[in-house]
Design a protein around this ligand. Structure first.
Ligand SMILES: [Zn+2]
Length: 274
């Protein structure tokens, strides 16, 4: 997958250039507000800050006080940033997996007391593979979660089977399964979980894997080590498919939000020795 274009949370096309607005056309009240915001050393989020980019697009952002000066930082869509991180981690997962499996020694070699490489090398290779794989899965899940939460309107009320009304704060605390199955189809009037049932299963698998990673619990009922099953799963997981499933889910609800960059450059995270 190509690297991902960052998106601001709110952007719209304007029919005019901000520079063409004449001083006398700006209401006095607005001028006062602007002056206050500039002077103040506090943040006042009752006002939005909008900047016009080239090609007459207006985008929103926030102010940040840096060395006594207010800076404008564009407010980016976090689900796209997380997704982009996952894409950057994805670049090397299979290289490290291949390196690990190719170079680690077989049980047969251990019994013969000969091996291709030192155990230290294998330990390092497994560690790096696991770091990239786990970061990728966690970032993909974070992307989905941020996106789903963003889709639910702030004033949305969910009514339970018992007829009890639940507000947005309660909804935010529910599982991603519940949100994607019950809440999102209600808010958007279309149901991904039915329309793309098998793809949705893949999404749940990513989410379950993320939960295993975050709430990792040792299992040592059988032998004296704790993570055999879990680590085999880490090696087996279908990493390349996962990112396309999440992209599909997001773009199904917000067309074009996850956009691969057409610039032709390839970016990816890797381990660099300084
Ligand atoms: Zn690019």
């Amino acid at each position: 997958m190509k690297h991902i274009v960052p998106k601001t949370i709110k952007i719209f096309k304007t029919s005019f250039d901000f520079k063409d607005i004449k001083e006398e056309d700006i209401p006095e009240e607005s001028k006062e507000v602007a002056k206050d915001v500039l002077k103040s050393k506090n943040y006042d989020d009752n006002y939005d800050i909008m900047v016009q980019t080239s090609n007459n697009k207006a985008t929103f952002g926030f102010d940040y006080l840096y060395k006594q000066e207010k800076k404008f930082i564009p407010e980016l869509d976090p689900s796209v940033i997380y997704f982009s991180s996952a894409q950057l981690f994805s670049g090397m997962i299979y290289n490290y997996k291949k390196e690990l499996l190719k170079n680690s020694f077989s049980l047969k070699d251990i019994t013969k007391n000969k091996s291709n490489q030192s155990l230290d090398d294998t330990i390092k290779q497994f560690e790096i593979f696991f770091q990239f794989a786990s970061s990728y899965v966690i970032m993909l899940s974070a992307s989905l979660e941020a996106f789903v939460n963003k889709l639910i309107p702030i004033d949305y009320i969910y009514t339970t089977k018992e007829g009890i009304e639940k507000d947005i704060e309660w909804i935010h605390r529910q599982s991603i399964d519940f949100k994607t199955k019950k809440i999102i189809p209600n808010c958007t009037e279309k149901d991904y979980t039915i329309e793309y049932e098998s793809k949705y299963e893949e999404i749940l698998a990513i989410k379950n894997f993320r939960n295993d990673l975050i709430h990792l619990t040792p299992k040592n009922e059988i032998t004296n080590t704790k993570y055999k099953d879990f680590y085999r799963k880490v090696i087996d997981f279908k990493y390349s498919e996962a990112i396309y499933s999440i992209k599909h889910y997001i773009n199904y609800h917000e067309e074009g939000l996850i956009e691969e960059c057409a610039c032709g450059n390839d970016f990816y995270f890797d381990l660099i020795k300084k």
